[in-house]
Design a protein around this ligand. Sequence first.
Ligand SMILES: [Zn+2]
Length: 166
Amino acid sequence: MLYKVINYFKKTPKNNTTMTTWKDIIHTILNGNPTPDKRVEKTNKEWMEILTPEQYRITRNKGTEAPHSGEMCSSHELGKYACVCCNLPLFDSSIKFESGTGWPSFTAPIKDNAIHYIKDDTFGMVRVEVTCNSCDAHLGHVFPDGPKPSGLRYCINSESIKIDKA
Ligand SMILES: [Zn+2]
């Protein structure tokens, strides 16, 4: 068991991304999230000063934008998508895909410890919420119905991310 856990954290990144699976995510929810490289903590007032009202509503109050409303959805610019609150790199444009849902969709995070996973049983469903592991910004949800090889679909609000062009 210990061997397995050590291997989990030793996985080597390929193509600017890691190979997290649904099994890894369930394991993380049950056993605890990995430690982020850094923590960013601000008061609500401080977040309000640096975010637009819509960014604040979604990232700090677990809001959701209307599908097809976000500018990142149809964007295919190359680069890294970072947390709009704290600039932590979250997803690489190379693993962005067209899911047809109306929200930007990715198959994997940039690093295992970039994303924080939380069981979300609101609205009569059991889902997995994803937040920024550095500042706790609400990003969206992850579902086990994505394309191969990871089989994951990270469904992310445009308002929660910004692109650092390559
Ligand atoms: Zn953040």
